[in-house]
Design a protein around this ligand. Structure first.
Ligand SMILES: CC(=O)N[C@H]1[C@@H](OP(=O)(O)OP(=O)(O)OC[C@H]2O[C@@H](n3ccc(=O)[nH]c3=O)[C@H](O)[C@@H]2O)O[C@H](CO)[C@@H](O)[C@@H]1O
Ligand SMILES: C=C(OP(=O)(O)O)C(=O)O
Length: 455
């Protein structure tokens, strides 16, 4: 069995999926109401932040996704006591944190990118940290050079061995002046989680400012940290001697909300996403409207629907916040196959994020991927050497096919494509979707999708 398939099955098993393959009968619009809970891209980091506290932390609105289970396993391997007082809550007690055996950490190797964020908190508490092989979506190289350079700037010593990376801090960690070569989300979080307990002041330039990072800063402030967010992507962190636990309700998952919005559009449906908020989705909502989608912002969610008029093509450049998030483009591309004319999606964040389009092409979509990107005179985001572009010409009718999920967002787009297609599709490797979409099987059922597990 190849490692991708093994990973997908592991993810699915962690959240109790019956099998790793779905049979989908397309053609029915998705209609109904679903709820999104806390963001995968905040909850997993908030769990790591609990390691910094001297008392227990309570996190609310935690989704049942496999990435949460992976981080829970890693925290438990380090002696954190994790319980769930109520559904959707995690109580994290870090009072007996200890070094885990490498074998326990390695059991989580290749499953998620979060282990890299354990470094700062563990170096503060224990003077050492191990990083196993990292996982996460395979959408390019995903180097960790910014993380390691930042940790070295704080005074960490990095030892690279065949089992992974071992870090020590022989003289403790001290505040540093750091400028990121690119506003990386993970590297910004690395600096925050390390600087809050480092001696002295840290200045971080070219920081990422995604809403999930602002929510992490709010958590750290509740714990006793002093963090100032300045204009122009500058963050100052004044190190403190100790931090306490926090009580926090996680920010909603805007990536999941945007995915269901695109599902409504592509299937000519009508989905109300409870828990979705306008403010964190403004950039997405503008593009959704330009494509011809309709939405109503409600008190406790957003209703996304196809208004019955033809969809229009758009040009989109993915970017760091407040730009159009790279995790939003895959489900949107499915909707763009229904638009009348030629759309272009410039992927500027990752170097290989159009792998999912192969399956859409097999289903009849007219998509051309330009591996070196394409020049465009009307762009907003500066051109990056790693970028690619997809040119989508529609409208096309998709037909059923046998497809294999390559990654989280690509997998969700395959599901939507199969739901819009004429006939029957088989989608294998669906376990990966449980990394970031809570109860997606139940939600599809609620929305009236016609599908079943294959044996
Ligand atoms: C768990 C999580 O929160 N994942 C999100 C996070 O990923 P993640 O934090 O891994 O993404 P980054 O923002 O770090 O990556 C952005 C770019 O920086 C590059 N880079 C990053 C670190 C480094 O040390 N060296 C380097 O070159 C990456 O290869 C990529 O080209 O932000 C991405 C961008 O919004 C989202 O798509 C992911 O959903
Ligand atoms: C790329 C993603 O996540 P990760 O960084 O966890 O692989 C994603 O959520 O689309």
């Amino acid at each position: 069995m190849n490692s991708l398939l093994r990973d997908a099955q592991e993810h699915g098993k962690r959240v109790g999926l019956k099998s790793d393959k779905l049979i989908v009968n397309g053609g029915k619009p998705l209609k109904g109401t679903i709820t999104v809970r806390g963001a995968k891209n905040l909850v997993t980091k908030a769990m790591v932040a609990s390691l910094l506290g001297e008392t227990e932390s309570l996190l609310r609105d935690v989704p049942e996704i496999s990435d949460v289970n992976i981080v829970r396993g890693l925290l438990e391997a380090h002696g954190v006591l994790v319980t769930s007082p109520e559904t959707g809550e995690l109580l994290l007690d870090p009072r007996n944190v200890e070094s885990a055996h490498f074998a326990e950490i390695d059991a989580h190797a290749g499953s998620s990118r979060i282990p890299i964020l354990f470094c700062g908190p563990l170096l503060h508490r224990l003077g050492e940290a191990f990083i196993p092989d990292l996982g996460g979506c395979r959408i390019g190289d995903r180097p960790i050079d910014f993380h390691l350079d930042a940790l070295r700037a704080f005074g960490a010593v990095v030892h690279k061995g065949y089992e992974g990376i071992h870090l020590t801090a022989p003289s403790g960690l001290s505040g540093a002046n750091i400028e990121l070569p690119y506003p990386s989300v993970g590297a910004t979080e690395q600096v925050l989680l390390t600087a809050v307990r480092a001696k002295g002041v840290t200045e971080l330039k070219n920081a990422a400012i995604e809403p999930e990072i602002m929510d992490l800063i709010a958590i750290l402030q509740k714990m006793g940290a002093i963090i100032t967010v300045e204009p122009n992507r500058v963050i100052f962190i004044e190190g403190v001697d100790s931090l306490r636990g926090y009580t926090h309700t996680a920010i909603f998952d805007r990536n999941e909300a945007a995915s269901w919005a695109s599902a409504a559009l592509a299937t000519e449906g009508d989905i109300t996403v409870k828990g979705a908020r306008q403010q964190e989705l403004m950039t997405f909502l503008n593009i959704f409207r330009k494509v011809g989608g309709a939405f109503d912002v409600e008190e406790d969610g957003i209703r996304f629907y196809h208004p019955g008029t033809p969809l229009k093509p758009v040009v989109v450049e993915t970017d760091v916040h407040p730009g159009f998030m790279t995790d939003w483009q895959q489900p949107l591309v499915v909707a763009l196959t229904k638009a009348e004319g030629t759309s272009v999606v410039h992927e500027t964040v990752y170097e290989n994020r159009f792998g999912f389009t192969e399956a859409l092409i097999e289903m009849g979509a007219n998509i051309e991927v330009h591996k070196q990107g394409i020049e465009s005179i009307t762009r907003r985001v500066p051109r990056r050497p790693l970028e690619q572009a997809a040119v989508i010409t529609g409208p096309t009718k998709l037909h059923g096919a046998d497809v294999h999920v390559p990654d989280l967002r690509g997998g969700f787009s395959h599901l939507i494509a199969a739901l819009t297609a004429e006939g029957r599709s088989t989608i294998s490797n669906v376990g990966i979707i449980s990394r970031g979409y809570e109860h997606f099987i139940d939600k599809l059922n609620l929305l009236g999708a016609d599908f079943d597990f294959a044996s």
